[in-house]
Design a protein around this ligand. Structure first.
Ligand SMILES: [Zn+2]
Length: 214
C-alpha cells in the first residue's frame, strides 16, 4: 500500500464502523467488495456422493473464515459468512422437516467451544431455528480427520461413530437436511445419512457452506 492509499485507508477507518472480517481493511459491510468478489459460488445443483449442495468453493476468503470459526472459535466471522449466504438466498433448499448439523464428539466440542456446523445451520435458516436440532444425532466415538485417509480407512474411521439419541424417534418418516461446514470426501455426510435412513428418515439431503472441489 503506498502512502496515499494508506492515508486514505486511515481516513476511511475513521468513518467506516466496520472492518472487513477477511482482509481487516475498512469496510461498510462485514466483507469488503474486493473479498466478496473473490468468492467462487458453486451454483444451485447437487454434486458429489452423496449428492450435496455446497454454496461456494473452499478457498480464500471462505476457507480462512471457516478456519477461524472452527479452530479459533472466532464468532466475529459469522456476519461475513452470512453475507456470502445471503447471495445464495432464495434457492437455499429448506424443503425439509428437520435440519441436523453434523455433530462433533463431546471431547472435540469442549476443546473447540462451539460446533461450527450448528452455527452455520442457524445462519443458513434463521427463520427455521426450531427445526435446527442438535439433540438427535451424536458422534459417540472420536474420529480422526478424514483428509489424507484412503477410502477403506475412511470407512473404518467412521464406522459406528454416529448414533441416535432417545429423542430421535421424531425423524421417522421425516425429510432431513444434514448441514456441515466443508464437504471434502463426502464420507462423513454419507455415514450420517446412512445412520439416519437406517433409523427411519424418509429422505436425507445435504448442504455445506463450502466444497473442497466442484
Ligand atoms: Zn476484505
Amino acid at each position: 500500500m503506498d502512502e496515499k492509499n494508506s492515508l486514505l485507508a486511515a481516513v476511511l477507518a475513521l468513518f467506516l464502523p466496520e472492518r472487513c472480517r477477511a482482509c481487516h481493511g475498512p469496510s461498510l459491510a462485514p466483507l469488503c467488495p474486493d473479498c466478496l468478489a473473490t468468492v467462487t459460488y458453486c451454483g444451485a445443483g447437487d454434486k458429489g456422493n452423496p449428492p450435496c449442495r455446497s454454496l461456494c468453493l473452499y478457498q480464500q476468503p471462505v476457507s480462512g473464515l471457516i478456519h477461524r470459526l472452527k479452530y479459533g472459535a472466532d464468532r466475529a466471522v459469522l456476519p461475513a459468512l452470512a453475507e456470502i449466504v445471503s447471495r445464495c438466498g432464495p434457492d437455499l433448499n429448506d424443503d425439509c422437516d428437520l435440519i441436523i448439523p453434523v455433530p462433533l464428539h463431546i471431547s472435540r466440542l469442549r476443546q473447540r467451544g462451539l460446533n461450527q456446523s450448528l452455527l452455520l445451520a442457524r445462519l443458513f435458516f434463521p427463520k427455521r431455528l426450531p427445526a435446527v436440532r442438535c439433540d438427535l444425532l451424536i458422534r459417540h466415538r472420536p474420529t480422526r480427520p478424514q483428509t489424507g485417509l484412503s477410502g477403506g480407512a475412511r470407512r473404518r474411521n467412521l464406522s459406528g461413530a454416529f448414533s441416535l439419541t432417545a429423542a430421535s424417534g421424531i425423524i421417522v418418516g421425516k425429510r432431513l437436511l444434514l448441514v456441515d461446514d466443508v464437504r471434502t470426501t463426502g464420507s462423513t455426510l454419507a455415514e450420517c445419512g446412512r445412520v439416519l435412513i437406517a433409523h427411519g428418515a424418509a429422505r436425507v439431503s445435504y448442504l455445506t457452506m463450502a466444497s473442497a472441489d466442484w
